[in-house]
Design a protein around this ligand. Sequence first.
Ligand code: NDP
Ligand code: 8X3
Length: 253
Amino acid sequence: MNKYVFITGATAGFGEACARLFAENGCNLVITGRRKDRLNKLAIEINSAHGVAVHTLNFDVRNEEEVAKVISGVPQEIKDGIAILINNAGLAVGNGPIDNGVIDDWNRMIDTNVKGLLYVSNAIIPLLKSNNGGHIINISSIAGKEVYPGGNVYCASKHAVDALSKAMRIDLVSYGIKVTNIAPGAAETEFSVVRFKGDQSVADSVYDGFDPLQAIDIAETAYFAATRPAHVNLNDIVIMPTAQASSQVLFKN
Ligand code: NDP
Ligand code: 8X3
C-alpha cells in the first residue's frame, strides 16, 4: 500500500499503534489529535524509522468549523492519496449510574464519539469518493454491542457508532467504499486514565487480575481488515481479551 491512511486520535493508544503499524507496512499517514507535541514527536519518529510521509493535523474533533477548515487545508496531493480513514478518536468520561450523571461528561462523550466522528467523516468521504473508493474503519466498542452498569451514555455513544457503521456501509456501497466496524473489549491504553479523570490507581485497577488487550491487537485487526482483497469487506469485528466473555463477565485471577 502506498496511499495515505488518515487516523484520528493518533497521540495515544489504538490510534498511535495503528500509525506505527501502517507506517511499518509502507503507508503514508495523516495523523491527528489535540496534543500537538505528541503528534510532532510521533511524526518525526515514524518518518525516520520507516521513511513514509507523515502529515500532522492538530484539531479537536468536537469543533465542527475547525475540522472542516483544517481538513480542507490539506495539500491536494495528500487529499488525492487518502484511501483509508480510521475514525478512532474517542473517550469515556465517568462510570456511574445515570441518575448521578454529569451533563458535562455526557456532552464530552457524545460530542467526541458521535458528532466528532461525523464531522471528520463528512470532510473525508468526498475525498474517498473522488479517489474512486476507499475504506472507513470505525472504532466502536463492546460498549456498542452491550450495555453494562455505569456505562449508560458511553454505551449509547458507541451504539451510535455501531449504527453509523451500518448506515455508512449502506449509503457508500455504490462508491466502492468499504466500512468496517471494530468493537474491542477492555484494552490497556490511556482510556481508563481519561475515564477516571486522571486517577491512575483506579485506572490501573481496571486491568488487575487478567490480561487485557493491548493497542497493537487493535492495530493488527485494523491492518488485517484494510489488507483484504478488493472484493472482501470485514463488516464487523468484536475483539475481546480471552478472559473477558462479555462486557460484564471478566475472569480475574
Ligand atoms: P486513548 O485515551 O489512549 O486515546 C484516545 C485518543 O483519542 C487520543 O489520541 C486522543 O488525542 C484522541 N481524542 C480524544 N478526544 C479527542 C478530541 N476531542 N479531539 C481529537 N482527538 C481526541 O484511548 P484508546 O486508544 O483506548 O481509545 C481509542 C478509541 O477506542 C476510542 O474511541 C475508545 O472509545 C475506543 N475503545 C477503547 C477501548 C479500551 O478499552 N481502551 C475498548 C473499546 C473501544 P488527544 O487527547 O491528543 O486529542
Ligand atoms: C471500552 C471498553 O468495556 O470499558 O470501550 O466499555 S468498555
